[in-house]
Design a protein around this ligand. Structure first.
Ligand SMILES: C[N+](C)(C)CCCC[C@H](N)C(=O)O
Ligand SMILES: O=C(O)CCC(=O)C(=O)O
Length: 457
């Protein structure tokens, strides 16, 4: 049984009869444009900080982003009025802008709350589509008078073709370059200064940028206390509350019925794969480790591992991108967490094809959501991915230290732990992904650019 060759992602649809469709599922199918190798995460030109830091020659980018809108298509082309419709350059051609779409995007103070940035216009109140009574080009845009007398202004900057790649980059808080790494990151792991983070917005920007570029960062000089750890996390955003609590401590006593609360080794994994929305950032701060040894921490760049899998076996990559898997948390009394549906190990942006999230936890995995005859194909692909993340060239082992908390992107970076003895006290907390991305993009791009990339039509 071959998978759809077209690169389309059919989640399930009886009508389509996708080989992945399970008998009784009735979700919609998504037509996924082409998968882009995680190379789209690739660094085209590493940031100066990354270059300085990684004195070692980094593994060359697998491939630069495949399409960057040509300058002409997003710069000079202006909209025009042909007497009947307002035309703008979209999808590499001039096309008429639908009247309802234009009216819906009026940004006057009656239609758009200038402070909350919310729509006030009741888009669906009228059944008859709005008609343009007149349209006049001004020096920086078009003034439209509607049939009901309402007036709207659309400036050239807003009408100019928006580069979807650039818009998505800003919306998702993606930086133009990320540093995919392997064991070589040990030579100069990303780190920022605690005082700078605690006292300046620039320090938080630098911290968030390091996390976005490398998937993790250490913070030097943090007092080894729960209070300082919590306050540090809150410089990014409020701490995400889960059944483990808000700020939590991991001791090798079963505070929560989970192997994390033991002294066992933990293989590389991402956390909370059983939540519909896995936690975004995770912080570990080793507060103390007495009377024992071990407990070294493992990090693996999941994006780099995915890129290697894509290079090694695109079919395996596709399987891990298309077959949904469910996870669970059932240790604590009275709970059984599992997401509202299964999710694939490798999740992509359905428009741009970017790799967005890695969900990998062999201990918490509950079900592979595909017909029985497909299961072995998933295991083959998963084994390949596991080989890559288990390869020492992919692994960065370090010994956490009191005063040097680690934070990492749980949607990209896998983490693990060596077995240990003695009494080990690890503090930490989670941050929602959306809260991190909001904080990052406001710092990185600023409010105007972010808002301009938000309500864009
Ligand atoms: C980090 N903290 C100890 C609070 C929770 C650990 C969660 C462990 C769980 N198996 C998972 O992977 O989500
Ligand atoms: O104890 C550690 O170092 C990490 C524990 C862990 O992997 C987790 O809590 O998910």
């Amino acid at each position: 049984m071959s998978l759809p060759k077209s690169g389309h992602l059919f989640l399930v649809s009886k009508a389509i009869g996708s080989p992945l469709a399970s008998r009784n599922s009735v979700q919609i199918h998504h037509r996924l444009r082409h998968f882009h190798s995680p190379a789209r995460l690739q660094v085209v030109s590493p940031s100066p900080q990354a270059t300085a830091r990684n004195s070692q020659p980094r593994s060359p980018p697998i491939a630069p982003p495949t399409h960057i809108s040509s300058a002409e298509s997003i710069s000079g082309k202006k909209a025009y009025w042909d007497g009947k419709a307002l035309y703008a350059f979209r999808d590499r051609q001039f096309q008429p802008l639908p009247s309802l779409w234009l009216r819906d995007h009026c940004q006057c103070a009656l239609c758009f709350h200038l402070e909350t940035k919310q729509r006030l216009y009741n888009t669906f109140e009228n059944t008859t589509p709005p008609e343009i009574k007149s349209c006049q080009e001004m020096n920086n845009g078009f003034q439209i008078v509607w049939h009901d007398g309402h007036e709207s202004f659309y400036d050239h900057a807003w009408l100019r073709e928006q580069d979807e790649e650039r818009l998505t980059q800003i919306r998702q808080g993606r930086l133009p370059n990320v540093n995919l790494w392997g064991s070589n990151i040990q030579d100069s792991p990303p780190q920022v200064d605690y005082d700078e983070v605690m006292q300046t917005e620039e320090g938080v920007k630098k911290w968030c940028s390091e996390i976005r570029l490398h998937g993790f960062s250490f913070v030097d000089g943090c007092p080894p206390t729960p209070e300082a750890t919590k306050a540090l996390l809150e410089r990014i955003s409020f701490i995400r509350q889960t059944h483990y609590g808000g700020y939590w401590e991991v001791l090798s006593e079963m505070a929560s019925i989970d192997t994390a609360y033991t002294n066992l080794a933990l293989e590389a994994h991402t956390d909370t794969t059983y939540f519909s929305d896995p936690v975004g950032l995770q912080m570990f701060h080793l507060l103390s480790h007495e009377g024992g040894k071990g407990g070294e921490s493992l990090l693996v760049d999941g994006a780099a591992a995915a890129a290697k899998l894509f290079q090694k076996d695109p079919e395996a990559y596709k399987l891990l991108s298309e077959i949904a898997v469910r996870h669970h948390a059932s240790g604590d009394d009275g709970i059984n967490f599992t997401s509202y549906r299964g999710f694939s190990v490798l999740e992509h942006d359905l428009e741009q094809g970017h790799l967005l999230r890695i969900r990998w936890n062999n201990a918490d995995r509950a079900s592979i959501e595909c017909p029985m005859h497909m299961k072995s194909r998933w295991y083959e692909a998963a084994r390949m991915f596991n080989q890559i993340i288990s390869d020492e060239r992919s692994q960065y082992w370090s010994k956490l230290l009191p005063g040097r908390p680690l934070i990492f992107d749980n949607w990209r970076v896998l983490h693990g732990r060596a077995a240990f003895t003695g009494r080990r006290r690890l503090g930490g907390g989670y941050i929602n992904r959306d809260d991190f991305v909001s904080r990052l993009k406001m710092l990185e791009y600023g409010k105007d650019k972010v808002l301009a990339a938000t309500v864009t039509g």
